[in-house]
Design a protein around this ligand. Structure first.
Ligand code: PLP
Length: 435
């Protein structure tokens, strides 16, 4: 950490004392701007998001052919938006707070192929790389359509290339499953907190899994270092990847379409609030960017992090981004929310979000378990612990009286980032941890 010491930072930003004390807090971003000026400052553009969206459409015939669970959506990887009125009542009672507007959940737990939000960014980046290699080797011009990516000629080509990634688990699953299906040699560098079942599942698909005793940043660093020496290896850089970001951002326009279909308005009188669990930042950042493109100033995005791993909150509050870690403030980055166990946020994402993000808040592990049980009991929706971080968002927004969050015309979307891949016994133990 550079410049000031933690105590100097706490003096300047008193909320940091509560963060250090691992309290559940809400931080409102003082640097938020009108969307037009915020988007103009971004290092990425709407044209790049549109390009990503088109690329995913080109690959739809391939995905539908090789992953049967995408056939009914014709190879488009998308999840439903579901109303959760019973859970809304549970939250209202539990937190003694009325939620006047609608409460919905975006069910990325049900995304095909890898059952988490990583099926957006991770799969997109692998497909884009495959397309680029196929183009360089003149395989694209002879294709009738992209279902021919399943042909032996493509598989043979990709078997001479490698893909690597560092991950706490879910990104590894999505990159591993997609890369192995296309025929790449794929290596996943896993942090110590990654679950055994994820390693087993990847190995069963022919993915090489390298395990580290250290945390996420170390796994990424080692993966990046090993890949750098090999020109045939593409490293999926979770901390800096524009491609991952674009894969996530495509969600914005799709959500707009889904809300239109459900006749849910978003405009000056009907604000939209979206609560996104945040690890390194690419997933929530990309989705929030896409939502800002789709809804402009009418959408308000908040990121949710564990009390032990509030890396994006600290990075944004101090403006130090990846030059500060939660350890600098005495936090241990230990959380059962494995998708969120990240000590240093992406500076690439943090800088884009600076003028666009409404705020960040933190949540305790025990709260995640309790909400997991509540959601399973009330709505029969089963999420992994990380994916419940968004659930206290409406309470924070309403209690803090954020821009019209109290309005009966407001819509609150909790982004449920994962769950379907979790084995039944594992899920049962999460459920039993809830009170
Ligand atoms: C990865 C992940 C997130 C957060 O995404 P980042 O890109 O790391 O910020 C949230 N929830 C789940 C379940 C995840 O796997």
């Amino acid at each position: 950490m550079n410049c000031d010491s933690p105590s100097e930072w706490i003096e300047k930003l008193p909320l940091l004392q509560k963060v250090v004390d691992r309290e559940e807090v809400l931080w409102c971003n003082p640097s938020i701007e009108k969307v037009t000026s915020g988007l103009a400052k971004a290092s990425v553009s709407d044209a790049e998001v549109a390009d990503a969206s088109e690329r995913l459409k080109r690959f739809a015939s391939y995905l539908a052919a090789v992953f049967p669970d995408t056939a009914k959506s014709h190879g488009i990887i998308e999840s439903p938006i579901t109303s959760i009125p019973k859970m809304k009542k549970v939250l209202e009672t539990k937190y003694a707070t009325a939620i006047a507007g609608k409460l919905l959940v975006k069910q990325d737990n049900a995304l095909p192929i890898s059952g988490s939000i990583k099926a957006r960014g991770g799969i997109y980046e692998v497909l884009k790389h495959a397309e680029s290699l196929a183009s360089q080797h003149h395989l694209l011009n002879t294709m009738k359509d992209y279902s021919q990516f399943a042909n032996p000629a493509c598989k043979k080509l990709f078997s001479t290339y490698k893909i690597a990634v560092g991950s706490t688990g879910n990104l590894g699953l999505s990159i591993g499953i997609m890369s192995a299906k296309l025929g790449f040699n794929v290596t996943v560098h896993m942090s110590a907190d990654a679950k055994q079942w994820k390693k087993d599942l990847l190995r069963s698909k022919g993915v090489e899994v390298v395990e580290y005793l250290d945390d996420y940043s170390k796994a990424v660093e080692e993966g990046r270092r090993q890949a750098a020496t090999d020109p045939t290896c593409h490293f999926v850089d979770d901390e800096n990847s524009k491609d991952l970001f674009m894969g996530y951002a495509v969600a914005g326009a799709r959500v707009a379409e889904q809300l239109r279909e459900q006749q849910i308005k978003v405009d000056a009188d009907h604000p939209l609030f979206v609560y996104l669990p945040c690890g390194v930042g690419g997933g929530p950042g990309g989705v929030a960017f896409g939502l800002k493109l789709a809804f402009g100033d009418h959408v308000h995005c908040l990121f949710a992090e564990p009390t032990h791993s509030p890396c994006m909150m600290i990075g944004m509050m101090t403006g130090l981004h990846d030059q500060v870690s939660v350890a600098d403030f005495g936090l241990d980055n230990r959380t059962i929310a494995d998708g969120l166990a990240v000590g240093t946020a992406s500076a690439f994402v943090g800088r884009i979000m600076e003028p666009l993000l409404t705020g960040c808040y933190t949540i305790e592990d025990q709260t995640l378990f309790n909400l997991l049980k509540n959601l399973a009991d009330s709505e029969n929706i089963w999420l992994e612990p990380s994916a419940l971080a968004g659930m206290t968002g409406p309470i924070h927004a309403i209690q803090a009286n954020l821009v019209e969050a109290n309005s009966p015309q407001a819509t609150h979307i909790v982004w449920a980032t994962g769950g379907n891949m979790v084995p039944v016994e594992e899920m049962q133990s999460y459920y039993e941890a809830g009170i």
